[in-house]
Design a protein around this ligand. Structure first.
Ligand code: F6P
Length: 341
């Protein structure tokens, strides 16, 4: 049995832990051979491969990024893309494919499965917005990075009597903002799911200053005001049609200064949230996902994505995982509102 492995979309800590687990169990327990595809769907589309054996996965458990490389290549937008992938897989003697990715990568995996490719998905994203799994690996690491940054903002904000805003990732889902904000004691958390009222935000800022503490605001990049448009850095779209966001933190700082007369500054964490070594939680989750993905291949259980339910690793249809995004429910956001102001 020859199994292809690829990592697609934005990278995240824990990808290498999945690859290692897949290869170690696949070789040692099932006697499989592996082929790594470079840079997400670009690899199978162009037949671009990399050797993937036990030697290649030694020492990669704690390493961030992905030894296979990643990209946002969308083969569904390429003329004859699906057939090209099928031909390349056949030419390389690849019997099954393990695709590690988020909604976009797994959306392509689902289409390929519908076209007869033996594919198993592994959910990856720092955004934690995939359905059919309680958590995706990478999320815990991103939240911890953001939490540490926000902890540091508290002390400098208080020295200078400033409002400090921390902009975190999260285009459509505010999980990172919610968890990092809660863990680090933010006074305001703004997420894409709940358009914010700038007047209320400024009232929270003012009431916080009255207690002689400085306000710390955590804002997801996709958050937007009640009456406004989503802030965009530029209007460029990626190949999956996602707008490139950024800028809401700066806009918020300007608005707070104008309305309250207090100094406000913004820190944009950006790709720092995606880089570096995974937390223990993400290493274990990624490893368990990898072990279960190779088991699914062994069982011939294709068209599935592995996921976490409670403490168990389960399998769900790729369609259930990619049909809709898992966003922050109103009641989860309401829990954090107790600490606003
Ligand atoms: O989906 C993961 C993610 O990190 C999002 O949170 C973010 O909006 C996006 O990727 C950024 O993508 P890129 O690195 O391609 O700019």
């Amino acid at each position: 049995m020859r199994v292809g492995v690829l990592t697609g979309g934005g990278d995240c800590p824990g990808l290498n832990a999945v690859i290692r687990a897949v290869v170690r169990k696949g070789v040692q327990v099932y006697g499989y051979e592996f082929v790594g595809f470079r840079d997400g769907w670009r690899g199978p589309l162009e037949g671009d491969t990399i050797a993937l054996d036990v030697q290649a996965v030694r020492g990669i458990l704690p390493r961030g990024g992905t030894i296979l490389g990643s990209s946002r290549t969308n083969p569904l937008r390429v003329e004859g893309g699906i057939d090209r992938i099928k031909d390349n897989l056949a030419g390389l003697g690849v019997d099954a494919l393990i695709a590690i990715g988020g909604e976009d990568t797994l959306g392509v995996a689902r289409q390929l499965y519908d076209h007869g490719v033996n594919v198993v998905g592994v959910p990856k994203t720092i955004d934690n917005d995939l359905s059919a799994t309680d958590y995706t690996f990478g999320f815990d690491t991103a939240v911890n990075i953001a939490m540490e940054a926000i902890d540091r903002l508290h002390t400098t904000a208080e020295s200078h009597h400033r409002a400090l805003i921390c902009e975190v990732m999260g285009r459509h889902a505010g999980w990172i903002a919610l968890h990092a904000g809660m863990a680090a004691g933010a006074n305001v958390i703004l997420i894409p799911e709940q358009p914010f009222d700038i007047e209320k935000v400024c009232a929270y800022v003012e009431s916080r200053f009255k207690t002689r503490y400085s306000p710390i605001l955590v804002v997801a990049e996709g958050a937007h005001p009640l009456d406004g448009q989503m802030e965009v850095q530029d209007a460029e779209l990626d190949s999956f049609g996602h707008i490139k966001l950024g800028g809401i933190g700066e806009r918020l700082a300007a608005e707070i200064e104008k309305r309250t007369g207090k100094e406000a500054r913004t820190t944009v964490l950006g790709h720092i949230q995606r880089g570096g070594t995974p937390t223990a939680f993400d290493r274990v989750l990624a490893t368990r996902f990898g072990l279960q993905a190779v088991d699914a291949v062994h069982d011939g259980d294709y068209g599935k994505m592995v996921g976490l339910q409670g403490t168990d690793i389960v399998r769900a249809d790729l369609s259930a995982a990619t049909d809709r995004l898992k966003t922050v429910p109103v009641e989860r956001y309401a829990e954090s509102e107790v600490f606003f102001g």
